[in-house]
Design a protein around this ligand. Structure first.
Ligand code: CAA
Length: 283
């Protein structure tokens, strides 16, 4: 379940070595921003094909970052890309099951663990380990290289030392950190997911087209993307997974009711931009 997560080891109180587990949309972005900050990253992925794709998508994203940072000196940009890529080591191992339990047994006691889960309870994940005090949530936003926010999640058992190390690490990779308790969706998703779901319900009722709802929210509320563009961008499988999980836990809350059009698209393999079609079609 916990595909996108990472563990960190401490050297002189500052986190310098980071292991990112899972090379999907989020894992690749997290590995990238960490390496950009000069830290060493091991990127672990169970699927060798995904690992290859991850390396390509990091290279593409780094080229965009370099173009911006070194627009007057492209040769420095090339050096930045090569050095950053050099800090990321790909590793293809099959550790999908009992992930944190196995890692807990294998990692040095000083290693901190964090999960980038969007919707699961950090406390529940931490409970399979013997280091609940060295476990927290570090929740990033897509696209990781661009979005400045990092949500740092404390469970009642996360120690002050662990929490401070996470806050300092977030800052060291250039993010602005906020703190949240271990609650469903933390801050951003708890507000964003019901908003996206309400937009879909509006479309399903036939009140307005997806395109018009998107235009309305961009031009009337100043959002960079409309809710359907954002759903396709984040991945319908992800939003659907979050909603279904919350609905199961809190069936009385109408905001978390799963969405018929979304369930259908997901069952057809239409996950949004990453699969070429979602609420919109992409070439
Ligand atoms: N890597 C590196 N740079 C990137 C990038 C990437 N993957 N994607 C975009 N950029 C850079 C571009 O190079 C560009 O830089 P300049 O301005 O210097 O040229 C800049 O970002 C803007 O990109 P674009 O011009 O291509 O497009 P845009 O202006 O429409 O911005 C966007 C794209 C940043 C994604 C913007 O549309 C946006 O902020 N959208 C909302 C994203 C959002 O809400 N994310 C949160 C989703 S929820 C989530 O992630 C949590 C979860 O658990 C589900």
């Amino acid at each position: 379940v916990i595909k996108r997560s990472f563990s960190t080891s401490m050297a002189k109180n500052a986190i310098k070595n980071v292991t990112v587990i899972g090379g999907g949309l989020m894992g690749s972005g997290i590995a990238q921003v960490t390496a950009q900050a000069g830290q060493n990253v091991t990127l672990v992925e169970v699927n060798a094909d995904v690992l290859k794709k991850t390396e390509t998508s990091i290279a593409t994203s780094l080229a965009r970052v370099a173009k911006k940072l070194y627009k007057d000196k492209p040769s420095d940009g090339e050096k930045f890309v090569a050095e950053t890529r050099g800090r990321i080591k790909g590793k293809n191992i099959d550790i999908k099951h009992k992930l944190f339990k196995d890692l807990d047994a294998a990692a040095p006691p000083t290693t901190l663990f964090a999960s980038n889960t969007s919707s699961l309870s950090i406390g529940e994940i931490a409970s399979v380990t013997n280091r609940k005090d060295r476990f927290g949530g570090l929740h990033f936003f897509n696209p990781v290289p661009v979005m400045k926010l990092l949500e740092v999640i404390r469970t009642p058992e996360t120690s002050d030392e662990t929490y401070q190390a996470f806050m300092a690490w977030g800052k060291s990779i250039g993010k602005v950190c906020i703190t949240c308790k271990d609650t469903p969706g933390f801050v951003v998703n708890r507000l964003l997911v019901p908003y996206m779901a309400e937009a879909v319900r509006m479309y399903e009722r036939g009140d307005a087209s997806a395109r018009d709802i998107d235009t309305a929210m961009k031009l009337g509320a100043g959002y960079p993307m409309g809710p359907f563009e954002l759903n396709d961008y984040v991945g319908l499988d992800t939003t659907n997974f979050i909603l279904e999980g919350w609905h199961k836990k809190m069936p009385e809350n109408p905001l978390f009711e799963p969405l018929e059009s979304m369930k259908k698209l997901v069952s057809e393999g239409k996950f949004g931009i990453k699969s070429g079609e979602g609420y919109y079609k992409y070439d």
